[in-house]
Ligand binder design. Sequence first.
Ligand code: CU
Length: 370
Amino acid sequence: MTAANIILALAAARAAAATVQGTGSGTDVDPCVTTNCNGPGTECTYTATVDPFDGYFKFAECGDVAHPVIVMKRGVTYTFDQSDDSNWYHPLGFAYVVDGAKKGDELEPGITQTGDACAGMNTCQAPMYYKNGVFAGAAGYDNTLQWPTGGTDFGLDAYEPDFSIRKEDWLATKYTVKLTLTDTTYATDIFYFCHIHGGMSGYIKIADASGTVVSTTGTGDALIPAGYYGTPSTYEGEDAGGGDGGDDSDDNSLAVILGVVGAVLVGGLVICALVIRARQAAKSRELTEPAPPLAPIKAPETMSEEVPPSTAFAAEEAPAAEGRTAETMAEEEATQQSWRGEATETMAAEPPPPPAVEAYAPEAELEPEC
Ligand SMILES: [Cu+2]
């Protein structure tokens, strides 16, 4: 084989490998139909990937088309293969409205849009989730059976949380979803979507057994609104932890409230610390300033005022010299001596101690202040 022939053979092999096993351009008027099916056409596959640049689902059977419109035939079991590593953090869901449970009903065993008796038997059309080829729901559940057991556990609760684990761990498992449309009367387009991110939905058109599309575009939340793909999602990441598809907006509000309360508390503590610091500094300045001198004790002056030594006696002795008896003067002398004794005791008494400076204890101020 010549070099030229080898190159031609390699090119042919590459072209064969890149062959898209599907038809249609993935638009509303020309939806994508997988031909990646078994011989009888009862089982087909859509191989999911997520574009790393725009974040939208793509299917290998539909070519390089973001969020293509795809077709599913009633009664055919479709496997949505999510084993490609780009699916990490993007668990597929299926719903009657855009973005699934954020807006309305998903396809679940007990949910019908047409009043079908399936709701009472948990046999309504719903996906079944598999890990490494093993059904992840309750044993006995199979909505394609007439009398299934196992309740409503179709495996989502074991499947969806895995998509939020570390990628190297997630890669150890092969994730696939099977869906068979069994409602023979519902004829409005349904949706595939991501359980974790908004804005990743795409239309699924329902076809009858012959492949003829029988569904039409819905209204309200069953319609992908203009600008949907260009508008940031309002629930990114909110649904990552649960498989019930419930509205987690309350969780988000609580997180916001807790964040605000936490910020207020932290701010209060910072202000409190600054106030304590300022008071400590002020107290420290007071302690380093010299204390004012104590007022001098004036005991001698007080005694001289209370017991004037000369003028008092002079004033009292004058009339005695004129008319008082010696006995009277002796009594007065005894009184004077009594005064002197009291005055001496007053002077000898200890002066009151100066007021003690209160010991400064900054720790004692911390608790009552904040
Ligand atoms: Cu996603």
